[in-house]
Design a binder for this molecule. Structure first.
Ligand code: FPP
Length: 252
């Protein structure tokens, strides 16, 4: 597995013009549907279309990694019928899209706690990951039953199970290989649609030095133009990683 540098330990050597990794909270599906007097699930269906377009656009732009938050640890608290609908939608989307993703050289990863999913969904996730494991194009990671705190706690338990000798002290580098996104560089750009300005327990560890972009657009309306606007905004950011502005100018 490739080892990526940690933004709190090393300054990235080169900041690519196109973000290497984009992380997205796809918020606003319910409101999008409500505005149209439709049930919330209609918004989730349209959300899948927006995701499809975003995957295509990231692939075309040469973004290496796209990570989307589809279902949080806390989303189990939603009404039972919405949770059931979302589980059914994941199953349908995964089974319907996997061949197309594979044909487009996309590597699929699902991050999060799988224990509460149906055996059918778990089997489908496993099969999809195996089928696309060797693909070299965009890595699409779907966070499902995921939470940033779950990730850190889970990684810590796994580390200590493997290395009981580290139970009194361990370093950041010991823990990072056990985190859910150990296979990817930290996100350069985080996008949240839907008008809220919070992280909502997404990738807490990995977003340490990520540029945070918030849009009022509701997720089903998000398209390649909206993605381009977010990337344009990202180009205007000065990524200092703890340094001061003058240090960046002198290193040019
Ligand atoms: C947030 O909008 C959206 C979700 C919790 C679900 C996101 C799921 C999709 C876009 C479907 C993706 C499917 C796959 C297979 C990855 P919200 O419901 O919180 O909207 P609201 O804030 O307007 O209520």
């Amino acid at each position: 597995m490739a080892i990526f540098s940690s933004s709190t330990k090393e300054i990235p050597q080169e900041i690519a013009t196109v973000p290497r990794h984009i992380a997205v909270i796809m918020d606003g599906n319910g409101r999008w549907a409500k505005k149209r007097m439709m049930p919330r699930i209609f918004g989730h269906k349209r959300g899948v279309e927006a995701l499809r377009e975003t995957v295509r656009a990231c692939d075309a732009l040469g973004v290496g990694y796209l990570t989307v938050f589809a279902f949080s640890n806390e989303n189990w608290r939603r009404p039972q019928d919405e949770v059931s609908f979302l589980m059914g939608l994941f199953l349908k989307v995964l089974s319907g899209e996997i061949t197309r993703m594979h044909d487009n050289n996309i590597r699929l990863k699902i991050i999060g706690n799988r224990e509460h999913f149906s055996p059918e969904l778990i089997a489908l996730i496993d099969a999809a990951e195996v089928k696309t494991a060797e693909n070299t194009g965009l890595t699409l990671s779907i966070a499902a039953d995921y939470g940033g705190r779950w990730d850190v706690m889970h990684a810590t338990h796994c580390l200590l199970a493997d290395h009981p000798e580290l139970s009194t002290t361990f370093a950041e580098e010991d823990l990072t290989p056990y985190l859910a996104m150990a296979y990817a560089p930290e996100p350069d750009l985080f996008i949240r649609t839907g008008g809220e300005q919070r992280i909502s327990n997404f990738l807490l560890w990995q977003l340490a030095y990520t540029e945070l972009y918030f849009s009022d657009m509701l997720w089903p309306d998000f398209d390649r133009h909206a993605l381009a606007a977010a990337i344009d905004w990202y180009h205007g950011r000065e990524r200092r990683f703890g340094r001061i502005s003058e240090q960046l100018q002198s290193s040019c």
